[in-house]
Ligand binder design. Structure first.
Ligand code: PMP
Length: 400
C-alpha cells in the first residue's frame, strides 16, 4: 500500500551532515548545522549543565511522572524572566503566559496553531531570507506565509528601507516573524534605533510581533543585550509572542527545551489564552519532557550556577567572534579578492559569506567543506586549526 510513496529530498540543513558523514576524507569539515564545537572540533556539554544533571540524579525524591500539559512551572516562570527581564512590568502584571514546548521549533509550531485558531489574521510575514524551517512550520501550523525584505546582497547588510516599505504595505493586523537577535542565516541584525522604528511602524499598523529567540546570549555574549528587541516591544504595553530555545545558549540541542510566551493585554486574557494553548498542546504531544527543563530551572534559580552559565556562554560567543577575526585575517593574508569585512560585522553563529551555490559545490568537492548551498557557514564549527583550510577553499573558489 505504500509502493507509490516517492522519496523525499533530504532536509537542506540536516542533509549537509548526512553528506558530510558519508565523506571518508580526513580533512572534511562540517560548517552546515548550527551546533557549537570546541577548538578541538568536539561537541560541548557545559560544566554547569553537568553539575545540574548531577544535582538532579542525586535527588532521590525526583520522579519521572508526567508534567502538566503546559510543562514545568518553575521553568516557565524562569524562562519568561530570562527573556523579558526580571523586572518586566508584563510579568508583574501577570499578563504573560508561558508554556514549555519542544525547543524553539515546537514553540513556533504551537504559536502558529494558536494563532491560526484564535487570531483574526492568518497571514505571517517572514524575513527574506530566513531559517529554512520557518515557512514550513508556519504553513503546517495553518498560517499563510508571505515574506518581507531583509537582506541586501550588495552591502551584505540590512535592507532597512525595503523592510520598512514591506511592513508598511503588509496587510493590516498581519503577524510578523522577527529574529530577536543573531538573524539566521544572515548574521545581520537591525540596530537599536532601527528596532525602535520597526516597533513604531508595526504598532501603528497593528502588526503582531512573533519573536524567534534561538540565540539569546550568543550574539553579544550578554543575555540582556540580546533580549533588547523583545523588551522594547513589551515595554510599550502591546501584545507579542516569543519562542525561546535553549538548544544553543545552554547547549541542550537534543534535550528539546524551549518555551512559548504570549504577552497579553491583561491577566484575565493571559489565563484564557493559556487554557487554549493547552488545547493545542494536548493532541500534539500531550505534555513536554521533564529532564531538559529541570536542568534549565536548576541553573536559572541558583545565582552561582546562573553566573557560571553566563561565563561559559560568553566563552562560546567569544570563541565564535575570534573565529570571525581569524578567517577575515586569513583571507586578507591570501589577498582574496573582494570585501570580506562582513565576516567580522555579522553576528551570531553564522556568516552569510556571499559565496554562490556553484562555489559551495566546488568547495565541497575539492576541499571537503560542507555548508548550506546559500553560502552560510557556521562559525561555531570552525577552529584555529581549520581556518587556513577554509580560507584556502574560499580563495580558490573566488579566483577560479
Ligand atoms: N529559530 C532559528 C532562527 C534557528 O536557527 C533555530 C535552530 N537552528 C531554531 C529556531 C530552532 O531550533 P530548536 O528547535 O533546535 O530549538
Amino acid at each position: 500500500v505504500f509502493a507509490h510513496v516517492v522519496r523525499a529530498p533530504e532536509d537542506p540543513i540536516l542533509g549537509v551532515t548526512v553528506a558530510y558523514n558519508k565523506d571518508p576524507s580526513p580533512i572534511k569539515l562540517n560548517l552546515g548545522v548550527g551546533a557549537y564545537r570546541t577548538e578541538e572540533g568536539k561537541p560541548l556539554v557545559l560544566n554547569v549543565v553537568r553539575k545540574a544533571e548531577q544535582i538532579l540524579v542525586n535527588d532521590s525524591s525526583r520522579v519521572k511522572e508526567y508534567l502538566p500539559i503546559v510543562g514545568l512551572a518553575d521553568f516557565n516562570k524562569l524562562s519568561a524572566k530570562l527573556i523579558f527581564g526580571a523586572d518586566s512590568p508584563a510579568i508583574q502584571e501577570n499578563r504573560v503566559t508561558t508554556v514549555q514546548c519542544l525547543s524553539g521549533t515546537g514553540s513556533l509550531r504551537v504559536g502558529a496553531e494558536f494563532l491560526a485558531k484564535h487570531y483574526h489574521q492568518r497571514t505571517i510575514y517572514i524575513p527574506q531570507p530566513t531559517w529554512g524551517n520557518h515557512p514550513k512550520i508556519f504553513a503546517i501550523g495553518g498560517l499563510s506565509v508571505k515574506t518581507y525584505s531583509y537582506y541586501d546582497p550588495t552591502t551584505r547588510g540590512l535592507n532597512f528601507q525595503g523592510l520598512l516599505d514591506d511592513l508598511s504595505s503588509a496587510s493590516s493586523g498581519a503577524i510578523v516573524l522577527l529574529h530577536a537577535c543573531a538573524h539566521n542565516p544572515t548574521g545581520v541584525d537591525p540596530t537599536l534605533e532601527q528596532w525602535e522604528q520597526i516597533r513604531k511602524l508595526m504598532r501603528s499598523r497593528g502588526l503582531l510581533p512573533f519573536f524567534d529567540s534561538a540565540y539569546q546570549g550568543f550574539a553579544s555574549g550578554s543575555l540582556d543585550a540580546d533580549a533588547q528587541s523583545v523588551r522594547m516591544f513589551v515595554a510599550d504595553g502591546g501584545e507579542c509572542l516569543v519562542a525561546q530555545s535553549y538548544a544553543k545558549n545552554m547547549g541542550l540541542y537534543g534535550e528539546r527545551v524551549g518555551a512559548l510566551s504570549i504577552v497579553c493585554k491583561n491577566a484575565d486574557v493571559a489565563s484564557r489564552v493559556e487554557s487554549q494553548l493547552k488545547l493545542v498542546i494536548r493532541p500534539m504531544f500531550s505534555n513536554p519532557p521533564i529532564h531538559g527543563p529541570s536542568i534549565v530551572a536548576t541553573i536559572l534559580k541558583d545565582s552561582n550556577m546562573y553566573n557560571e552559565w553566563t561565563i561559559e556562554l560568553k566563552a562560546m560567543a567569544d570563541r565564535i567572534i575570534s573565529m570571525r577575526h581569524k578567517l577575515f585575517e586569513a583571507l586578507r593574508a591570501r589577498g582574496t579578492p573582494g570585501d570580506w569585512s562582513h565576516i567580522v560585522k555579522q553576528i551570531g553563529m553564522f556568516t552569510f559569506t556571499g559565496l554562490n551555490s556553484e562555489q559551495v559545490v566546488f568547495m565541497t568537492k575539492e576541499y571537503h567543506i560542507y555548508m548550506t548551498s546559500d553560502g552560510r557557514i557556521s562559525m561555531a564549527g570552525l577552529s584555529t586549526k581549520t581556518v587556513p583550510h577554509l580560507a584556502d577553499a574560499i580563495h580558490a573558489a573566488v579566483t577560479r
